[in-house]
Design a binder for this molecule. Structure first.
Ligand code: SF4
Ligand code: SF4
Ligand code: FES
Length: 343
């Protein structure tokens, strides 16, 4: 049965805009994108909104609904109370083109900067072979629909345009993790590259990206944290340090690991591509030492400060409810309501 609901939609362009109120009919089973289409059909034909599949698979209809980054086509109207005003705003991290349409080219620039899959030399496309277990390991990351909700919600760039050149964002950290797990990828420093050149050090694992991902990809737990841990392991593991002291350089470079001449593969090719066993069967790499013979600390103390938390300076961890709550909404919420804010 239909009812009339209150909507507040941001209208404007790069020069500015404001929220406009609408009253619109909503029918049972409809989603927010249905209501936007009805607004376009009946009241505001020039309302700009990007969409394609209406099935949660193209990633086009990303918007902020009551301050929460969501897909319009996957947000049911039944999740709001009848007297609630539903506020729709464009993604805040990206420049507005018009109304709900933003310029997401930042993400495509970061995609271009991310080193592509590096197939091993001498293996032609079509000859690549992977074991099912290796396919499944990174399957989660390949579910990404590039909606960029995670990029939009990450506080490192959400209100900090100045961080964008250095920070690739969670969507590309999962790409790095996916390739790091790829047994045929000949680029062996994916995690080190993510730390040094993709700005992974800015990430303070708040998990906001994970909370908004419509594909339920565990971005922080399964991609970012394991990569951060392995970067640190490789640098500071005392056994690695000891191995560097004990073993000769040729042993460390692979002779003792069965990694070199017999395979005939170029330097840097590892794992199945090199015809050897899993990483755990190989000797760990030694850490780099500074000129004074000490370990460099730059891997854990990033040379640029991270952006401040959007939740304010007096935030304490673990955060209550460990749930994403838009800062504006949080401010409006009374202490009694806070326990019900979890999404
Ligand atoms: S965990 Fe937090 S800081 Fe790290 S990428 Fe995700 S949203 Fe950004
Ligand atoms: S990781 Fe999730 S939130 Fe980020 S772009 Fe992919 S599907 Fe969207
Ligand atoms: S229209 Fe394709 S994800 Fe919403």
């Amino acid at each position: 049965m239909g009812s009339t609901r209150k909507f507040r939609v941001w209208r404007g362009d790069e020069n500015g805009g404001d929220l406009q109120d609408f009253q619109v009919e909503v029918n049972e089973g409809e989603v927010v994108l249905d209501v936007i289409h009805r607004l376009q059909a009946t009241q505001t034909p020039d309302l700009a909104c990007r969409w394609n599949c209406k099935a949660g698979k193209c990633g086009s209809c990303s918007m902020e609904i009551n301050g929460m980054p969501k897909l319009g086509c996957m947000t049911r109207m039944s999740t709001f109370t009848e007297d609630e005003t539903v506020t729709i705003t464009p993604l805040r991290t990206f420049p507005v083109i018009r109304d709900l349409v933003t310029d997401v080219s930042y993400n495509y620039e970061k995609a271009r900067e991310t080193p592509a899959f590096a197939p091993p030399a001498g293996v032609a496309p079509g000859d690549y072979r992977m074991q099912q277990v290796d396919v499944e390991r990174s399957q989660e990351f390949r579910k990404c629909i590039e909606c960029f909700l995670c990029q939009n919600t990450c506080h490192v760039v959400r209100d900090h345009e100045e961080n964008k050149p250095e920070f690739s964002g969670p969507r590309y950290f999962i790409r790095a993790a996916e390739l790091d797990m790829h047994p045929l990828d000949a680029k062996t420093d994916r995690k080190e590259y993510a730390q040094a050149s993709m700005g992974m050090g800015y990430c303070n694992i708040t998990k906001c990206c994970t909370e908004v991902c419509p594909e339920h990809i565990k971005i922080t737990d399964n991609a970012i944290i394991p990569m951060k841990e392995r970067v640190i392991d490789r640098k500071f593991d005392p056994l690695v340090w000891l191995g560097r002291k004990i073993l000769r350089r040729d042993q460390l470079n692979g002779q003792g690991q069965g990694l070199d001449a017999p395979s005939g593969k170029p330097a840097g090719v590892t794992g199945h591509a090199k015809g050897v066993g899993p990483t755990s069967a190989r000797l760990p790499e030694p850490p780099d030492l500074q000129e004074d013979g000490k370990l460099a600390l730059t891997e854990i103390t990033f040379d640029r400060p991270a952006a401040p938390s959007p939740f304010g300076e007096d935030v304490s961890f673990p955060m209550r409810g460990t749930s994403y709550v838009h800062p504006d909404r949080q401010r409006e919420t009374s202490p009694e309501d806070e326990g019900t804010q979890a999404h």
